[in-house]
Write a protein that binds this ligand. Structure first.
Ligand code: ZN
Length: 160
């Protein structure tokens, strides 16, 4: 069993489906000049066999709802003074803005740089989402290949 030093303050994203940790890291786009990030791939998990885990120091005020698009089975632990003060079970979000990019080359979001990428959940079981502009449907179940956008961090919540 791999042991990583516990963190004093920060978040631990646990039970990430093995292989999806890199996508979550990509989306979170943590500034590693300010924060220490530990990424553990293929750790043993009692629940699911293999899992990825991400630990981020000194980031606690994080809006995690959108992470459910990438992996609704992950859990987020918020840690303060070495203790878990909040445990969040992710779920499948109804609507996401600027997490994945629409793949349709004729979509307005492919043409206009500033158009937000908005997707609405249309089938929870199949995790299918519809692009707000072009009605293209993406399936977020299994090995999806949509391009991940980078999270925009408001400076007041992020910096130290
Ligand atoms: Zn579209």
């Amino acid at each position: 069993m791999l042991v990583i030093n516990s963190i004093e303050q920060g978040i631990v994203i646990d039970h990430i489906t093995a292989g999806l940790g890199a996508k979550i890291l990509n989306y979170l786009d943590i500034d590693t000049s300010k924060h220490t990030v530990a990424f553990i791939m293929n750790a043993d998990s009692k629940k699911h066999g293999k899992k990825d885990v991400i630990k981020i120091n000194d980031v606690t005020d994080i809006d995690v709802a959108d992470l459910g698009l990438i992996d609704p089975t992950a859990t987020v632990n918020v840690i303060e003074a070495h203790k878990v003060v909040r445990k969040i079970q992710l779920s499948i979000p109804e609507k996401v803005i600027n997490v994945i990019k629409c793949k349709n080359p004729r979509c307005v979001t492919s043409i206009e740089r500033n158009a937000p990428h908005i997707f609405h959940l249309i089938n929870e079981e199949e995790r299918e989402y519809r692009c707000e502009y072009c009605d293209d449907i993406v399936c977020m179940k299994g090995d999806w290949q949509n391009e991940i956008l980078r999270k925009e961090w408001p400076s007041v919540r992020y910096g130290k």
